[in-house]
Write a protein that binds this ligand. Structure first.
Ligand SMILES: [Zn+2]
Length: 330
């Protein structure tokens, strides 16, 4: 292994200075960063997809389903398709497009080049659409796509990488009807900060509407609001009753008994002051309201829906105490 990073005469400063002899070890293919970007830039204008054909003609059922899903009651539909459906008519579905009409070799080469430089992750970032004319039921859509641009290396919260923008030209009967630009970030995942030493758990935001709850916690009492108008219990604390609108309320103290109504186990991403994996429970209190809380006393993988739990107060640090629920294993 020691022979891999040959000095090559130059100081090894970051990825850009990896010497010619160190190709393909997750660096940038043995070339300086500027040269690497030049290779990426050379893909601009090359074909990303060619000769694509929509699987279905523009049709009323798909328009109607879209409008229902979007809640779009515009009476112009389905005589025309909502313009934002532009991409819908080009998508291959689960089975994809027939071989040969999918993305081009050039696009695959570009992605492979980025993979080779360590930019192995991908995230879709945004899309832009231009509409030239409405699509109507019966229109048959065809499309081509080009690699429009590759950005210089950028540093993002996810990691360093390059934005790749493809532009799809959508046609019907040979006429351009719209353009769909789609941008991805191909990136090398940043090393996540591990649990920062000394990091504190987030503080609750205490305001006029919930101060009574936290005052209860300070006395080791879990207080639930009860509407004096209709008697409905509510949690979390709110200024008014969701059932009757009444703004007068009193409190009742929870018995502390409850069950796990639902839960998730957090593995990723890590948050400062939290040590994954850990269970986050939605606890149904004996009084009927539910609250989100940590489940203590049992391993994260022993938590089960319906598991009985008991209230306890967890001293997190000098300034913070939280109501949590201890799992009761039968
Ligand atoms: Zn009420």
């Amino acid at each position: 292994m020691s022979g891999e990073r040959t000095a090559g005469g130059g100081p090894a400063v970051g990825e850009g200075a990896v010497s010619e002899g160190v190709v393909g070890e997750g660096g940038v293919g043995g070339v300086a960063v500027d040269d690497f970007y030049g290779r990426l830039k050379a893909f601009e204008g090359r074909t990303a997809a060619v000769g694509g054909e929509g699987k279905d003609p523009v049709n009323e059922p798909m328009i109607r389903h879209w409008c229902e899903a979007m809640g779009d009651a515009n009476p112009a539909y389905p005589a025309i398709a909502p313009p934002t459906m532009l991409q819908v008519w080009t998508m291959g579905g689960l089975s994809g497009h027939p071989a040969g009409s999918a993305r081009s070799e050039a696009y695959d080469e570009l992605l492979a080049l980025l993979d080779g430089a360590g930019c192995t992750s991908v995230v879709a970032t945004d899309c832009e659409q231009e509409y030239v004319r409405p699509l109507r039921p019966g229109d048959r859509v065809t499309f081509d796509a080009v690699i429009e641009s590759v950005s210089p290396r950028k540093t993002t919260k996810l990691g360093e990488g390059h934005f790749v923008t493809t532009r799809m030209d959508v046609r019907a009967g040979g006429d351009l009807v719209g353009r769909h630009r789609f941008r991805i970030l191909k990136y090398a995942p940043a090393r996540r900060a591990t649990t920062a030493k000394g990091a504190k758990r987030p503080r609750p935001v205490i305001n006029r509407d919930n101060a009574g709850f936290w005052a209860g916690v300070a006395e080791h009492r879990l207080l639930i609001q009860r509407c004096t108008g209709c008697g409905a219990l509510r949690f979390p604390w709110l200024p008014g009753c969701g059932a009757c609108g009444c703004q007068e309320w009193e409190t009742v103290e929870a018995s502390g008994a409850g069950t796990v109504f639902s839960y998730v186990v957090m593995h990723h991403p890590p948050f400062p002051a939290f040590d994954p994996p850990y269970a986050v429970g939605l606890i149904e209190l004996a009084e009927g309201v539910r609250m989100i809380s940590n489940i203590t006393g049992v391993r994260y993988d022993e938590v089960r829906i319906g598991m009985p739990v008991e209230l306890e107060f967890l001293r997190v640090d000098a300034d913070l105490e939280l109501p949590v629920f201890r799992g009761v294993v039968a």
